[in-house]
Design a protein around this ligand. Structure first.
Ligand code: LLP
Length: 488
């Protein structure tokens, strides 16, 4: 394999500032890829030595290709890093994998085998957990609008925790548990007024969003009593509720530990105040998920140990200041465990180059080329660029190339001009129909958010471990697509 010789190609004026022309288009930026992904001796992308053309032959495209080894390693890395950092504070940390990011029965088993627990957010996710056979004690249920059926299911499965989101829900859980003659294990989800988004966080008095119980003093009709405090008092008064503690989740794709630390401080202050005022013990504190990953070369996530140590330092100091016994800490990472374990494999179809005015070029009428590279999937298997303006990256996967870099836009096959998979990426200018492209970092919230728009069949998911690949979720067939059409 030869390195791309065209290292001095100028950046396209159409490219965003953050996108550099890669020195070598064949190189893989390690933080974006699963362990075991590399180019083989012919220059083709391979995972655990299995070439992508072989994966296409066996399973077709588009295809989610997941490294089971990588998933397990990241799960363990979180568990180990947080256990170590918090060992002296609360004996360790319970890590709940956030199943909403990607869930199937195989993944539940990996999670369980690696010593993690499972965070679910609906009856459907509970059904996957039940089918996989994970003990209910290791499962949490979230949701801002749980149905009675979901609450019954949580009690049927003897869930370790139901994370209650509102006062009304607390009363429903209490009544349902009481009618069943049972006790529900409950955490209260609070909104600490910290909202973190990637590089920054803002702290506001009120969280203008649907989730959780506000900690602001005037958030209920009762003067001076927050919704959070009212819930604590109500929970303490119900025999059918075992109040385990407090929960918060401040956002997603966060790189800096500051937001987590601030939320932890606020919740510990509140926890100490509630313990004193209501003579109760709240033995658990869940600080949610949200740890960021690298989607492009400019994303720089921190290793779990660094985040864990920063959070532990704050919790250690706060607990000492308050003079309380530290609650058992738990966290709920999803994206940071599964996101980088997976790439999506697509086949290239139609190519088209347009000429576009450079931003700010005004009347000079200078245009530059942008290459549209259409692939055989799109917004139905990755809605994140459309939903969140999310940036991704891509490489030519079926071969290496020494052609010059060309600013490209990878688009899907849907009937929408906004159907973009990778907005801006430099690909070799000889990319042609029939080539395979790989988009890394698609393990989280891609398959989970996938749709059948335009009656496309949702792709399968292949897990690779120790040099062999197996389907863990099969791709849909045309028959699946027509199955629910009653024909009437
Ligand atoms: N815990 C709770 C209560 C959550 O709501 C979430 C994510 C997590 C944990 C896991 O967060 P993670 O570690 O994966 O960031 N669809 C969006 C993300 C939505 C996140 C929803 N809640 C996306 O694709 O960026």
């Amino acid at each position: 394999m030869t390195a791309n010789p065209n290292t001095s190609a100028p950046a396209s004026p159409l490219a965003p500032d953050w996108l550099a022309v890669p020195a070598d288009l064949n190189a893989l930026h390690a933080p974006m890829w699963a362990a075991g992904v590399a180019r083989n001796e012919t220059g083709e992308l391979a995972i655990d030595g299995i070439a992508v053309s072989e994966l296409q032959r066996q399973f077709g495209t588009p295809l989610f290709v997941m490294s089971e080894t990588d998933f397990r390693a990241r799960a363990r890395a979180f568990q180990d890093a947080f256990n170590e950092a918090f060992a002296d504070i609360c004996g360790g940390v319970d890590v709940y994998y956030a199943g909403k990011s990607f869930l199937c029965t195989a993944v539940v088993r990996w999670v369980e085998e690696e010593g993690l627990r499972l965070d679910t957010a609906s009856g459907g996710e509970l059904a996957v957990a039940a089918r996989a056979g994970i003990p209910g004690a290791a499962v949490a249920l979230h949701g801002n609008n749980k149905s009675d059926a979901e609450i019954h299911r949580a009690l049927d499965m003897k869930l370790g925790r139901i994370v209650v989101d509102s006062l009304a829900e607390l009363e429903r859980v209490a009544a349902i548990a009481q009618n069943r003659g049972e006790t529900a294990k409950v955490m209260l989800r609070l909104t600490p007024g910290v909202h973190a988004h990637t590089h920054e966080f803002i702290a506001t008095a009120h969280e203008d969003q649907k989730f959780g119980l506000s900690m602001a003093g005037d958030s209920t009709d009762q003067a001076g009593l927050s919704a959070a405090e009212e819930a604590v008092a109500a929970a303490a008064g119900h025999d059918s509720i075992e109040l385990l503690g407090l929960h918060c989740h401040i956002g997603s794709q966060i790189f800096e530990p500051d937001g987590f630390a601030l939320a932890a401080e606020k919740l510990l202050d509140f926890l100490a105040a509630m313990q004193a005022k209501y003579s109760i013990v709240l033995p658990e504190l869940d600080l949610g998920g949200g740890y960021g990953i690298a989607y492009t070369p400019v994303d720089t996530p921190r290793p779990p140990a660094e985040i864990a140590q920063a959070m532990a330092a704050v919790v250690r100091a706060k607990v000492a200041e308050l003079g309380i016994t530290a609650p058992r800490i738990s966290i709920e990472p999803g994206r940071a465990i599964v996101g980088s374990s997976t790439f999506t494999l697509y086949e290239v179809g139609t190519l088209k180059t347009v000429r576009v005015d450079a931003p700010g070029s005004g009347a000079q009428n200078v245009t530059y080329p942008r290459r549209y590279v259409s692939v055989d999937g799109g917004m139905s298997d990755n809605a994140r660029p459309v939903l969140y303006d999310a940036d991704y990256s891509a490489v030519l996967a079926s071969r290496s190339s020494t052609a010059a870099p060309q600013l490209s836009r990878v688009v899907g096959k849907h009937c929408e001009s906004g159907d973009i998979v990778v907005r801006d990426v430099y690909l070799p200018e000889d990319v042609a129909a029939g080539d395979l492209l790989a988009v890394p970092g698609t393990g989280a919230y891609c398959w989970a958010l996938s749709s059948n728009y335009n009656y496309l069949a949702r792709p399968g998911v292949v897990a690779v471990r120790d040099g062999s690949a197996r389907l863990i979720v099969r791709g849909e067939t045309e028959e699946d697509l027509l199955n629910r059409d009653m024909g009437a």
